[in-house]
Write a protein of this length. Structure first.
Length: 207
């Protein structure tokens, strides 16, 4: 029995399905991952950005909420998240004055979009996102962003734990290497989220 078969036999990978009130959540689609000069640059970023752009266009045309997250620290010491910064010193690229914390112009938030600035991997850790989603009546999040094994995964897990249906859009996520990307999509789909293709997400957001 293969890996996926073993998971299915054990009862993993059940479907959550889309709720009645979705929104799009883009996790850290910032220049740090798209600029070749950045130490966090992802060679796979462009394809994911194109899929994120499709999600944005679809959501805005349907009048659905769009949420962005970014990472921001007061300075390069990252004192707001000392243990995280000790583990990952490159987080200093998200200091207040750094250009790498900005959103690229071609995927920048609109005035009507909701922007959450965070200190940790999850969009929910230490932020008011859960309260904002609840107040807005949102029950489902179509999720894309950077990176699959880090902030996307943490945000999807916390979405589930806060009572929102996480729909992770495969083509709208990217990571440093195919192995962690695929492994984390597999694990998310088994335990914490529905991993869906872009076409399926567009159809669900449209209807």
């Amino acid at each position: 029995m293969g890996l996926s078969g073993d998971y299915a036999t054990a009862g993993f990978a059940q479907r959550l399905g889309w709720g009645r009130s979705p929104a799009v959540l883009l996790v850290d689609p910032v220049t740090a991952y798209t600029d070749p000069a950045s130490p966090l640059y992802l060679t796979t970023a462009d394809a994911a950005l194109a899929a994120m752009s499709t999600l944005l266009t679809t959501a805005r045309a349907a009048g659905l909420p769009v949420i962005y997250t970014g990472v921001r620290y007061a300075d390069a010491t990252c004192a707001e998240a000392p243990l995280f910064a000790a583990k990952v010193p490159v987080l200093a690229v998200f200091a207040e004055a750094s250009p790498w914390g900005a959103f690229p112009a071609d995927i920048a938030p609109a005035a009507t979009d909701h922007v959450v600035l965070k200190h940790y991997a999850s969009a929910f850790a230490g932020t008011s996102l859960a309260a904002w989603l609840t107040a807005a009546g949102i029950d489902t999040l179509a999720i894309g962003g950077f990176s699959t094994s880090g902030c996307v995964r943490a945000s999807a897990v916390d979405a589930l734990q806060n009572g929102f249906r996480p729909m992770v859009v495969r083509q709208a996520c990217a990571d440093r290497h195919p192995s962690p990307h695929e492994a984390n999509l597999f694990d998310l789909d088994a335990k914490y989220a529905d991993v869906v293709d872009l076409d399926a997400a567009v159809q669900a957001l449209t209807t």
